[in-house]
Design a binder for this molecule. Structure first.
Ligand code: CP
Ligand code: NVA
Length: 306
């Protein structure tokens, strides 16, 4: 049974297949007559709505569940909640604080688990990001993406997805907010190298895509005041976008905090493709689920018969 907790749970070939399926106008009805549980420990606008619609488009019934409602590790253990959901659903998505929670769910191997954002990874976002970049740039091999800000869940998944498709991945952020050794090892295992820059102007020069995300992620609210100080100088504004060159396009996973990590003039400006990117969350989710509950299952079946 396959689970998708991070982008490198897919091979580069499977990633390409998911992106092809995202564009399929008549997706296989892999969830016909089945449900998919969508469990959220944190708020969401895009992920909940795009996943619910993707499930409907694949013939299934989405079931929205708040973490507090089932009481993850409070009313009942994460394992018992997962065992219960597996009785009714063809797949389970979870947005969690600790990445270990989705790992515990997947370890049971009872139902395919999809990570809908954890403190470590946001693979559904990265799938939409590379889909958007393909629509803008065509083949991504040799193209460049510069991420400005915090090397967080969104950046880790973006670096993996972009790197696996042959992109040059660059990062710039304040000291102490870059990738750790474990991240570098994981990226290296996927054949991905991230070039780190101290100066944002140098990092963005010639980039096809400039990408940023919030300075304070969900669950880090206590650090917000310190982060506002530390990230000053890493705001994506018109001056920084100009330093990239006229070819550049701007992406942001959203929600955006205008005036913090990005100015209104950039996120609402002519280089911004953030609404195309937001729409692609639904197409990418549909492509992933079509693969995970379709080809991934039949490929495993063929393997076991061999
Ligand atoms: N980009 C993203 O995951 O948005 P939500 O938090 O609104 O789902
Ligand atoms: N890094 C952000 C992404 C939100 C979609 C967070 O985890 O809050």
């Amino acid at each position: 049974m396959r689970h998708v907790l991070e982008v490198d749970d897919l091979t580069p070939g499977e990633l390409g297949r998911v992106l092809d399926l995202a564009a399929d106008p008549a997706p296989p009805q892999v969830l016909a007559g089945q449900g998919m549980a969508l469990l959220f420990e944190k708020p969401s606008a895009r992920t909940r709505n795009s996943m619910e619609m993707a499930v409907v488009q694949l013939g299934g019934h989405p079931m929205y569940i708040q973490g507090a409602e089932v009481g993850f590790d409070a009313r009942e253990s994460v394992e018992d909640v997962t065992r219960t959901l597996a009785c009714y659903h063809g797949a389970v998505g979870a947005r969690v604080f600790a990445h270990a929670t989705v790992e515990r769910m997947a370890a049971l191997d009872l139902v395919p688990i999809v990570n809908m954002l954890s403190d470590a990874a946001h693979p559904l976002q990265a799938l939409a990001d590379v889909l958007t970049m393909q629509q803008i740039l065509g083949d991504l091999a040799g193209r460049s993406v510069t991420y400005v800000g915090d090397a967080n869940n969104v950046f880790r998944s973006l670096a993996l997805a972009g790197g696996m498709l042959g992109m040059e991945v660059r990062f710039t952020g304040p000291s102490g907010y870059g990738l750790g050794e474990l991240d570098a090892d994981r990226l290296a295992s996927a054949g991905v190298v991230v070039a780190e820059f101290d100066r944002p102007e140098e990092a963005v020069e010639g980039a096809d895509i400039v990408y940023t995300d919030v300075w304070t992620s969900m669950g880090q609210e206590d650090e917000s005041a310190q982060r506002l100080v530390d990230f000053e100088g890493y705001r994506v504004d018109e001056r920084l976008l100009d330093a990239a060159g006229t070819q550049v396009h701007f992406l942001h996973c959203l929600p955006a905090h205008r005036g913090e990590e990005v100015t209104s003039s950039v996120v609402d400006g002519p280089a911004s493709r953030v609404w195309q990117q937001a729409e692609n969350r639904m197409h990418a989710a549909r492509g992933l689920l079509a693969w995970l509950l379709g080809e991934a299952v039949s490929d495993a079946g063929e393997g076991s018969n061999a």
